[in-house]
Design a protein around this ligand. Structure first.
Ligand SMILES: C[S@@+](CC[C@H](N)C(=O)[O-])C[C@H]1O[C@@H](n2cnc3c(N)ncnc32)[C@H](O)[C@@H]1O
Ligand code: SF4
Length: 478
């Protein structure tokens, strides 16, 4: 990362004189963008000096740090999740005098303009903005005129309006959601090469048909929704890299201006250098590699029919090609779900992930979306309290697993979820399209988004969501 050297030289000088130095990084909570910390460790040559730097971040997402870096940095997290906490954070930022402030790029407009404004209000002159352009970091000074230019871009205004419209509709408990949403999940296929025991696809439990999304129809959908599309997940229950047009699909979305495009893969794919290059050059932002075991035996207990050696070769090759091409995207994120049979491997898995070339390692909570019965709980749920996601409760005299995390759900107002065959569904959990809002290929996304079926669903959700079997059985809604 070629960060502006002047402020960095000043910090380095302070550190070498034995004086404390402080750095503020404003970065998004959401998604996987913003991994400037390891780069900063590198740029400051922190490993060569004995004095740690005080690092303040606006995300608690520590997992982005290499464990070795944690010894070099004392971190404070300023969580800014609500307007009230933003004010608190801003006050705190104004009181501090940081040696270096940087804002990490996020294509999510609401967060981008918010963080830029905070940084400018807090510590104007020393701010650097780390923009990721064409897969490379391009640090640039952040100024008020630059901020206003960004804020007033038609795309930023459109996506901000979409967010505010969705939010207002949800708050007013309206069955109509103003404007198309900014978050999308498009399941480009629900076919898979593995047989994971808690996945409906892996267990052949899908009854509404399996297949690959038609490329021409996908393009038509993107063209209609792209103007306000900030984030796109190109997967649900299936292996997206099996789609023969995968890289073309990503490239099309990026060409239409979509902010982040993200995918999750089992990486049991024969990756050639040529395919790795295409995965990088298509503009993909994040690639989550699902890896639930540090050795073949443990790995294959959940990733049934999977081969760990293939996954490792995949990560290594993709990482090598990125380095060769000088690119920072796609970020390779190794995702590990602690379960009963692998929970003892979290630390070793983290070390291995970085060794293979991952940019980031994340732990992910176990979900029992396909079977909350006691049998699955006993077999898969981890025993370590740190990884606990479910408890057993009595329901109609039977013991079932209940998720310990509950949150308010606004999916039907704020995210558009589309199955491989064009059916619009309320959220990722509806793998069998039990709540079919309409066919976006036949009727058009805009018509479906506020069509009679989705409005009836929202009405029922507001009245009593427990009357909707999908929501009643959902792992984690309040
Ligand atoms: C259903 S998979 C589909 C994409 C791809 N086939 C894969 O495995 O990454 C999407 C995500 O769900 C996660 N996943 C699979 N089984 C899970 C479970 N029981 N609980 C929570 N997440 C799970 C995977 O780690 C993956 O990142
Ligand atoms: S690899 Fe992914 S889609 Fe395939 S069975 Fe496993 S979790 Fe499901």
């Amino acid at each position: 990362m070629a960060v502006d050297t002047e402020p960095l030289l000043q910090i380095r000088e302070k550190i070498s004189l034995g004086q404390p130095a402080s750095v503020l990084i404003l970065m998004p909570h959401y998604g996987y963008y913003g991994h400037p910390v390891p780069k900063l460790v590198e740029a400051l040559a922190l490993r060569e000096v004995p004095h740690p730097v005080d690092l303040t971040t606006t995300s608690a997402n520590q997992v982005m740090l290499d464990p070795a870096d944690l010894r070099l940095i004392r971190t404070t997290h300023l969580l800014a999740k609500s307007p009230r906490s933003w004010v608190r954070v801003l006050r705190r930022l104004r009181e501090e005098r940081y040696d270096f402030v940087c804002v990490s790029e996020t294509p999510i407009a609401v967060q981008r303009v918010f963080y830029q404004a905070m940084a400018l209000l807090a510590n104007g002159r020393r701010v650097r903005y780390l923009r990721i352009l064409r897969g490379r970091y391009t640090p640039e000074p952040l100024t008020w005129p630059g901020f206003l230019r960004d804020l007033l871009r038609p795309r930023t205004l459109r996506t901000l309006a979409a967010r505010l419209g969705n939010l207002a509709s949800r708050r007013r408990r309206s069955p109509r959601s103003l404007g198309l949403p900014s978050r999308y999940l498009i399941e480009i296929t629900n076919v898979c090469n593995l047989s994971c025991p808690l996945c409906p696809t892996g267990q052949n439990a899908i009854t509404h048909g399996q297949g690959m999304m038609d490329f021409e129809k996908y393009k038509q959908l993107i063209d209609e929704c792209a103007p306000s599309m900030e984030h796109l997940d190109l997967y649900n229950f299936g292996e997206p890299l099996l789609h023969p047009k995968f890289t073309e699909m990503v490239a099309h979305a990026k060409a239409k201006g979509v902010g982040t495009v993200q995918v999750s893969t089992n990486a049991n794919i024969d990756l050639t250098p040529d395919r790795a290059r295409r995965l990088i050059e298509c503009g993909l932002d994040n690639i989550v590699v699902a890896c639930d075991g540090a050795d073949q035996e443990t790995y294959a207990k959940y990733r049934v029919r999977g081969r760990l050696d293939k996954l490792i070769a995949f990560v290594r090759l993709l990482s090598d090609e990125k380095r060769r091409l000088g690119r920072v995207t796609p970020q390779i994120i190794v995702r590990f779900i602690p379960m009963r049979h692998n929970e003892h491997q979290v630390e070793v898995m983290e070390r291995l992930a970085y060794e293979w070339g991952a940019d980031k390692f994340v732990r992910y909570n176990l979900s029992l979306f396909y079977g909350r019965d006691k049998g699955n709980f006993d077999k898969f749920h981890p025993t370590n309290e740190k990884y606990k996601t479910f408890v057993l409760v009595q329901e109609n005299g039977v013991e079932v697993a209940k998720c310990v995390f509950v949150q308010r759900c606004a999916a039907a107002w704020e995210t558009f979820n589309i199955a491989w065959n064009g059916k619009a569904i309320p959220c990722c959990a509806d793998f069998d399209a039990t709540q079919n809002f309409g066919d976006v290929f036949e009727e058009g996304a805009r018509a479906v988004w506020n069509g009679p079926r989705i409005q009836a669903f929202r009405r029922q959700f507001i009245r009593d969501k427990n009357q909707i079997p999908l929501c009643r059985d959902c792992d984690n809604i309040a």
